[in-house]
Design a protein around this ligand. Structure first.
Ligand code: ADP
Ligand code: ASP
Ligand code: MG
Length: 815
């Protein structure tokens, strides 16, 4: 004898019902089959919705009823059963009965738990009827038996307790006599010893199947659903989750108790003592192995954590007060009060000081619990021995489960540090006495992030997902997106980094996709995106609440840089080629560094100096390893290099600057480069990264421009002054030439002081032959006192800058 249970989705459409029938057909060729079915997917919820509307005098209950009725009629028609008058008439009669019950609720505007059970029982009664009739019409040897005649319970409506002795006798004697090859049983529904309709709790069809399987001591129980087994975590929330092949009964119980909806928690109990394995299978993919729950399998998984579950809608209640310390009986009275109100406790922790007891219950029970507990402790509260109970709602519990967790150290440490690194605040912690589970209470808004982070940490073989938000997709940004697109596969395979661009924005439009934007087509998507706003972009990144989120600033905009603090405070890393933040006031720079440390969110800006050259990273590594910088000598401006490499006595200074601007080597306003401000910002950043407190005003800027150049109004005026002052520039060139030198714009940092200015560089000096837009940085340190560490190469250009940003993004994954 086989017992198979098919859930709501499995019987939720004509197509799926046909799949169920073909599975049953196959099984029934070898043995007798008992098939437990749920209501058509979503119907139980709809029945309850209709009842709630009727109870509140809302006529829309009729619309809900019509939807329920139409759904069943549609399935019947598609299964071509409507041609059979008897079947059609029976369905109509049942639906009419349902309608009358709803009308009754509407009239008296009351819905007792007893009526609610009667009402929801229609779901399973209708589905089992349709399925059995279809099978009969196809010539299968099939009978529907109403489980209410088999399963006996107490009168605890909506979640009745089974009276096993009577139930087992009923089941055994019925199946001893039954001759049919296939028996269809409605799941979930039962009857009390007084003959009232009861139900076994939401999701209870699994339980029905387990009760029947145990009563008949069959060799296996199969739960057929819409996923291929019990997954490592909720597959709807974590894409990388995968089915667990084998689980012990205890592990399955813990996972389902903590929210793995695929198995109704009480299901394990009846079959556990008889050692009947439970096999979870997928109706939509019958060949997939699924999950086998038993106590005899060879455990070969590499991690002691077998699964991660979550329960939402949790309220955390705390009873505390000095009057509790050392006085017995508080917990007894507390839990008796809850038991009296039939409130189920999901989670308990007590501080060792006995100063407080903290427990988790379903959100919907929190008001009732508070009222009852405050009443129980009325006296102590009035004497200020304890405080009125504190209620926090909007919480969730996440639990790590595994039989072998107890013999492994460091799992809770890894769990909490992983959550902490992602800025997920833990409200309470509990570890089962069996050490088979560790559970933590967190805010419900963090659940998806927590599950993904923990899954990555315990199941994904060191894989790391990076979720990137890029603002500014001009020349550099465009190269960055392209580089990410073409390197995605390599990063995944070789570095185990799974990089997703979740948000993109230019100054006009922005687009998002939390599964990752399609980078082949992003330009077109951006055209039809939503209107861009800096705050809006931040809000979206924050609300997605994805682990390892990185904000990439590819603008030169001050307003963007003002939001770095907000990003960091939400544990979103910041990668910037925008220099404004790091060269702003020391207080602001320092604050951002501190926020980065506090919220575990890297703040990286390698491209602020030398574009893609690893200048800042090298400097950071020197300092981290204990070296001290004594001096920095550098040529840091690609634009000024271009200008002085092309300017001589055959050219005009004005023309060379114009050409530099045309070729994209200068800022739109070339004065930012020529005045040395840009270079000053760069040496400031290097000085700060060398642990020196300094501001831009502290940097000596010995400008080679004339007063007229510096005081010019518009950019055009500035160019005119360059023409006027040609002689001045020729003089600079002639002097250098006569000394056999090259003109270079040099930045220096020496003993805590920095300066920038034009210098005549003699032959033989490392700066002398610097070509094109190259940059060079020489670090003199305690370890490199005479021969400096030199970094040299292209210090400007969209492609190298993009690759510097990309390198920072990858660095985030290593932090
Ligand atoms: P049925 O209607 O077949 O009883 P349920 O909806 O009750 O199906 O349970 C299956 C659903 O459980 C899956 O579709 C999935 O969304 C959810 N689920 C939650 N956690 C898990 C998990 N760890 N493994 C598999 N499914 C899970
Ligand atoms: N139909 C019931 C529910 O939705 C029972 C079940 O599907 O297991 O809760
Ligand atoms: Mg279910």
């Amino acid at each position: 004898m086989n017992v198979l249970k098919f859930g709501g989705t499995s019987v939720g459409s004509t197509e799926n019902i046909n799949k169920v029938i073909s599975i049953l057909d196959k099984y029934s060729k070898d043995d007798r089959v008992i098939c437990v079915v749920s209501a058509v997917g979503g119907i139980t919820d709809k029945l309850l919705k209709a009842a709630e509307l009727a109870q509140t005098k809302n006529q829309d209950y009729i619309l809900e009823f019509d939807a329920i009725s139409n759904r069943h009629h549609k399935i019947l028609t598609e299964l071509t059963l409507s041609e059979n008058q008897n079947i059609s008439a029976h369905l109509n009669d049942k639906l009419q009965e349902l309608r009358s019950l709803l009308d009754g609720i509407f009239l008296i505007n009351e819905l007792s738990p007893k009526t609610s059970d009667k009402l929801v029982s229609f779901g399973e009664l209708l589905s089992s009827f349709i399925i059995a009739e279809t099978m009969k019409s196809r010539g299968m040897n099939c009978v529907r038996k109403n489980s209410q005649e088999l399963i006996v319970t107490n009168s605890n409506f909506t979640k009745a307790e089974v009276q096993y002795q009577q139930t087992n006798n009923n089941i055994k004697s019925y199946f001893q006599e039954a001759k049919q090859q296939i028996t269809i049983l409605p799941g979930f529904i039962s009857k009390s010893t007084l003959g009232e309709i009861t139900t076994l709790g939401r999701g209870g069809s699994d339980f029905t199947a387990a009760i029947v399987a145990a009563a008949l001591n069959v060799s296996s129980l199969e739960i057929w659903t819409d996923v291929s087994g019990m997954f490592t975590t909720n597959p709807k929330l974590v894409k990388q989750a995968f089915p667990i092949e084998n689980l012990s009964y205890q592990e399955a119980m813990e996972l389902s108790h903590f929210g793995a909806k695929v198995l109704y928690p009480p299901t394990v109990q009846p079959v556990l003592n008889l050692n009947i394995p439970i096999h979870i299978k997928n109706t939509l993919d019958p060949d997939a192995f699924g999950t086998k729950i038993s106590n005899d399998f060879i455990e070969n998984s590499t991690t002691p954590v077998r699964g991660i579950s979550n329960i939402n809608n949790v309220a955390l209640l705390t009873l505390q007060g000095n009057g509790m310390v050392g006085i017995p009986g508080f917990s007894k009275r507390l839990f008796e009060t809850l038991a009296h109100e039939k409130i189920n406790i999901i989670f308990i922790t007590q501080a060792s000081s006995e100063h407080s007891i903290c427990f988790g219950i379903d959100d919907k029970d929190s008001l009732l619990a508070k009222t009852a507990i405050d009443l129980t402790f009325e006296n102590e509260i009035s004497l200020h021995k304890i405080d009125p109970i504190i209620v926090e709602t909007g919480l969730s519990i996440i639990a790590l489960v595994g039989d072998k967790m107890k013999s492994h150290q460091g799992i809770s440490g890894k769990m909490f540090s992983t959550l902490g690194k992602n800025n997920i605040n833990i409200r309470a912690i509990a570890q089962g006495a069996s050490e088979r589970n560790i559970s933590a209470v967190i805010s419900e808004k963090d659940v998806k992030k927590a599950l993904n982070t923990l899954h990555e940490c315990f199941f994904e073989d060191n894989n790391k997902q990076l979720n990137v938000f890029i603002t500014g997709v001009g020349n550099v940004g465009e190269h960055l997106v392209e580089q990410i697109r073409s390197q995605k596969k390599y990063l995944k395979e070789q570095l185990k980094i799974n990089i997703k661009v979740v948000g993109l924005s230019n100054s006009r439009m922005m687009i998002f996709n939390d599964s990752g934007l399609n980078l082949k087509d992003w330009k077109n998507q951006l055209l039809t995106g939503e209107k861009a706003s800096l705050e809006g972009f931040f809000e979206r990144a924050k609300d997605f609440n994805l682990r390892n989120s990185i904000f990439v600033d590819v603008t030169a905009n001050e307003e963007v840089s003002k939001l770095y603090g907000a990003y960091l405070k939400h544990s979103i890393a910041v990668v910037a080629c925008n220099k404004i933040a790091c060269s702003s006031s020391f207080e602001n720079y320092n604050e951002l560094k501190n926020l980065s440390l506090k919220y575990n969110a890297p703040f990286l800006f390698e491209t602020n100096v030398g574009a893609g050259l690893p200048v800042i990273d090298t400097l950071n590594n020197l300092i981290a390893s204990g070296d001290k910088v004594t001096s920095i000598q550098a040529v840091l401006s690609g634009s000024l290099n271009f200008v002085f490499n092309n300017f001589d006595d055959t050219t005009k200074f004005h023309d060379v600057v114009k050409q530099a601007q045309k070729e994209g080597y200068t800022e739109p306003d070339p004065r930012i480069d020529l005045s040395g401000v840009d270079v000053a910002r760069k040496i400031l950043i290097l000085a700060r990264e060398s642990v020196t407190k300094m501001n831009l005003e502290d940097i000596e800027n010995d400008s080679f421009l004339t007063k007229a150049n510096l005081e010019s109004g518009s950019v055009d005026d500035f160019y005119n002054t360059l023409i006027d002052d040609e002689a001045h520039f020729q003089k600079l060139y002639a002097s250098a030439k006569s000394n056999d030198c090259q003109l270079k714009y040099v930045a220096e940092f020496n003993e805590g002081k920095a300066k920038v200015g034009l210098k005549e560089i003699p032959q033989g000096h490392p700066f002398y032959n610097l070509e094109g837009k190259d940059n060079i940085v020489m670090f003199y340190t305690q370890r490199y006192p005479e021969q400096p560490m030199i970094i040299k190469g292209a210090g400007a250009g969209a492609e190298v800058t993009a690759s510097g940003l990309f390198a920072d993004i990858i660095r985030v994954s290593n932090k």
